[in-house]
Design a binder for this molecule. Sequence first.
Ligand code: DSN
Length: 419
Amino acid sequence: MLFGKKENYLGKDKEVAFLIEKETERQKTSLEMIPSENHTSRAVRQALGSLLTDKYAEGYPGKRYYAGLEYYDKLEDLCRERAKKLFNAVHANVQPYSGSPANHAVYYALLEKGDTVMGMSLPHGGHLTHGWKVNFSSKYYNSVQYGVDQTHFIDFKEAERLAKECHPKLIWVGATAYPRIFDWERFSFIADSVGAYLAADIAHIAGLVAGGVHPSPAPFAHIMTTTTHKTLRGPRGGMIMVTEKGIQKDPDLPKKIDKAVFPGLQGGPHENAIAAIAVCLKEASQESFKKYAEQIVKNSKTLAGELLKYGFKLVSGGTDNHLILVDLRNKNISGPEAQDILEKAGMTMNKNSIPFDPNPPFNPSGLRMGTPAITTRGMKEQEMIKIAGWINEVINDKNSCSKVREEVRELCSRFPLPE
Ligand code: DSN
């Protein structure tokens, strides 16, 4: 038995045990609809909570700076092989602590201070680490940013113009709040035309790519980075993968990436997280995960369709993936207010800027929601129709929060968290 007979050792630390219990109860009885979150399997959590957290393992399998790592080596190798197979990559580094450190390592591997990088701007849905002004990626590099056009789809003309004018060495594609499919091929034409590295940050959509419901960037990008805890449904962690196309452009890419992660930026890898990533990659390679990914998108489209019927305005008019971005301006409520009352009603989503938002980032006009976690619980189209109704009810009448909270609780009791 992995943990011995008595599993609740935390009972000895009453304060921590109490808070974990409260959070468990909160998760069980409410709807987690932040699109970058999910509910992990017990297998993932068991690997994460194992004694693999005990040892230092600086270096890589077969080339470590510490002893006693025979099994750690095997586990990290297993994880790397699973990642390569699932995402069609030729090299994988599974040591980044999360998405931001993974992206930081890509910069460190490929760019010199002051080099030009191009990415999607944060207010238009892009990631902080893709060159946004308050992030290291803009402070240490010369960042140019593309965005979406008035239809809220990526403005390729602008991206092309910027690339030709500014000659970025690295182009990022990927987003935190973009509800549409990425056209990797079109970006690869732009990157190739200026000799840039193309990095696909699939953090949000990794599970959709693994499940075959979003096109894979592997044939088009040189590098793929991802977190492992969003749609992929693993523990908090990050990965960097090099594609066949990446090797063709630069045969030293794997070496450069590995050196940038360690010793460039990180020390000892979190091998307990790496073991848990290996578990989630196995789960994501199964047939049942394909069905899961399909259902995430079906649920998202159903939810979007219902919200449209209630008169909500959706950024880009709908969704192709796991997330929906609502423009609340016609509902007379701000993003933060909507977030708060929905939380009171048991539905957790987050305030978010919308493209061309007239309001500041701390008081944005949008609300971002997604279906990965509620789909993990087994909810389907019928439940999405109910949830859309509750969102509408709460946004139109703040006084309905407690009534809806009870209805949400009842729904959650029929869809337990994964075992
Ligand atoms: N914080 C993450 C999100 O919520 O989308 C960014 O990757």
